[in-house]
Design a protein around this ligand. Structure first.
Ligand code: FAD
Length: 558
């Protein structure tokens, strides 16, 4: 039995796994996705894509096309006339995009394949073992795979989670929820998403961008306190129509019901996202109420956070960089669990007095601009931030997407330059920065160093090189040079090495192994650089391997 070897193995071709696969392949790493479904899953669970996810997708060139056939809902009406108003969001996307999850999955699949990810369908992972050098997995077909790292993006019933022995504490919060696509003659008023409820039922309707003379298509969700059955009980059209008529103010006349399914929802989160060389992401790491439309959004952003860190560590960054995946993403999902759970509980409140109070307070609170923007930003993901660390600039940990640039937008720049970006102050000229991507801001803010996932990791004066250089070194490890997509000429490489050695103030005689990561499937050419050719001094000989591919990453460990 032969073992296939890759840099990163991903289990599960849902939105989380596909995002990670595309990003890792884009960084020049070999990545294979193993998916147990032999063909694309036609079931479409998620329908709401939030502003922050749209920004993330835009940095991969996917948002514009998705928006063409999607509905843009400016808000969500919840109860007592209260509304989560998205029209004031600090984002180019002041709405929630309503589109079937199958469309998002398809866009991410195309992205992953275009970047060179290998997606294998009909392959179920059944066994896993890890050691100090990598992870080995076994599949249902008896094949074996080996990778330096593995991402378990295999959904709520994750096999990988079980194989690494991770706990998944939590509980069921709602059962017998019905999801369906319905065509209605008299849709609810307004163009947003709408939740309607009585003491014993609730319904939710989200408009698709599909209508004809007879009516419009909606994604509907219904729940009836008096009809609690197991997920396997078939759904009837009648139960959907009855709850829609009860819960929505203007009973929408249902003309047709298509796809329908019954499910229950749980609130659970793993205690640790990292298990050695195995990482849990998306639904494998956290599940919660679908109310608030957060699951797929959070999974895509988990992947965007993890992928570049894996690339960095594969290129020689310290292993501790990978711990920050848990540190940053666990609190975000914890908060998502809290807010989507709170919304589910508020919608299904039973006591009359509590419901009365809820209907009285919610519209008033959400009418206060600060509360309105805090709630909207939290659901949209635009105000979620990572910790900035002690003494860090207040901007550290926030996203850089909204910084106005003299040319284009950050997400446009990231489509072709997915690494770190140094955004200089207005008027500041380009800095000699070892191939680091740069831009100039068009407003009066400070210079910022932006991570590949769009979050600020340093802010200050761009001429203080030691500041952003140290931030870069913290993530990328010492002396890592990314020469982007320029063809590598030996002279260029030597100049880069010389500059970095001098910049780091290395002493003569330092042991400086140079690690180069040539893209896979390419012939490699090896050049032996003498100490003199690097620094003109007595450093030991180093070896550089690179090929004629457009991208090359150079780094060295001390
Ligand atoms: C009713 C409903 C409505 C929702 N609405 C929204 C919404 O509006 N917005 C939102 O953001 N989220 C929503 N969600 C949540 C969203 O659907 C999920 O969070 C999202 O699909 C999770 O993506 P994932 O890639 O992590 O996992 P999944 O999409 O579950 O993908 C996991 C993949 O792993 C594969 N797999 C599993 N085990 C193995 C194995 N051993 N070997 C190989 N492959 C394996 C599975 O076949 C699957 O394809 C909703 C969920 C539900 C139930």
């Amino acid at each position: 039995m032969s073992t296939r070897d890759v840099d990163v193995l991903i289990v599960g071709a849902g939105p989380t796994g596909l995002t990670a696969a595309g990003d890792i392949a884009r960084a020049g790493r070999s990545v294979t996705v193993l998916e147990r479904w032999p063909s694309v899953n036609p079931a479409s669970r998620a329908f709401a894509v939030m502003a922050r996810t749209l920004e993330v997708l835009d940095a991969r060139g996917l948002t514009e096309n998705l928006l063409v056939h999607a509905h843009r809902a400016p808000g969500v009406t919840i109860f007592g006339g209260a509304r989560i108003d998205l029209t004031h969001l600090d984002s180019p996307y002041r709405f929630v995009m309503v589109t079937p999850q199958t469309n998002v999955d398809a866009a991410l699949r195309e992205y992953a394949v275009a970047q060179g990810a290998d997606i294998r369908r009909g392959v179920e992972v059944t066994g896993l073992q890890q050691d100090g050098d990598g992870v080995s997995v076994l599949t249902n077909a008896g094949d074996s795979w080996r990778a330096k790292y593995l991402i378990g993006a295999d959904g709520a019933h994750s096999t990988i989670r079980a194989l690494v022995g991770a706990d998944f504490p939590g509980k069921t919060i709602l059962s017998s929820i019905v999801l369906a696509d319905v065509k209605v003659a008299h849709p609810p008023a307004g163009d947003g998403l709408k939740v309607g409820s009585t003491r014993n039922s609730f319904a939710f309707m989200a408009p698709y961008q599909r209508r004809d003379d007879a009516g419009s298509w909606y994604r509907a969700m219904t729940w009836d306190r008096g009809y609690q059955v197991s997920d396997s009980q078939p759904v009837t059209d009648d139960e959907i129509v009855t709850v829609l008529n009860q819960a929505m103010d203007t009973g929408p006349t249902v003309l047709e019901v298509r796809w329908k399914s019954r499910f229950h929802c749980e609130e659970r989160q793993v205690t640790r996202y990292r298990h050695g060389r195995v990482f849990l992401a998306g639904d494998a790491a956290h599940v919660h109420s679908p109310m608030g439309g957060q699951g797929m959004n959070t999974g895509i952003q988990d992947a965007a956070n993890l992928a570049w860190k894996l690339d960095a560590v594969l290129a020689g960054a310290p292993d501790t960089v990978l711990d920050t995946y848990h540190d940053e993403r666990h609190p975000i999902a914890k908060r998502v669990l809290f807010q989507s759970g709170m919304l589910a509980r508020a919608v299904t409140l039973h006591p009359r007095t509590a419901r009365g109070l809820r209907n009285l307070l919610a519209p008033r609170l959400l009418g206060i601009p600060r509360v309105r923007d805090a709630v909207a930003g939290s659901f949209a993901g635009t105000t979620l931030r990572y910790a900035r660390g002690r003494g860090g600039h207040p901007l550290v940990g926030t996203r850089a997407t909204q910084i106005p640039l003299t040319q284009g937008r950050l997400t446009q720049l990231q489509r072709t330059a997915p690494g770190f970006v140094l955004i200089r102050e207005r008027g500041a000229g380009p800095i000699d920065a070892n191939g680091l991507q740069q831009a100039e801001r068009a407003d009066d803010g400070p210079a910022v160093l932006v991570r590949p996932d769009g979050y600020i990791t340093w802010a200050g004066d761009s001429t203080e090189r030691s500041g952003w250089d140290a931030a870069l070194a913290r993530w990328a490890g010492p002396a890592r040079i990314d020469v982007g997509r320029r063809g590598p000429a030996l002279g260029f490489v030597v100049r880069q090495l010389r500059r970095r050695l001098r910049g780091e103030g290395r002493a003569f005689g330092d042991d400086v192994p140079i690690v180069v990561h040539p893209p896979r499937n390419r012939p490699q050419y090896r050049y032996r650089l003498s100490a003199a050719s690097v620094c003109g001094n007595e450093l030991p000989a180093v070896q550089v391997a690179f090929d004629d591919f457009q991208r090359i990453v150079i780094g060295w460990h001390t």
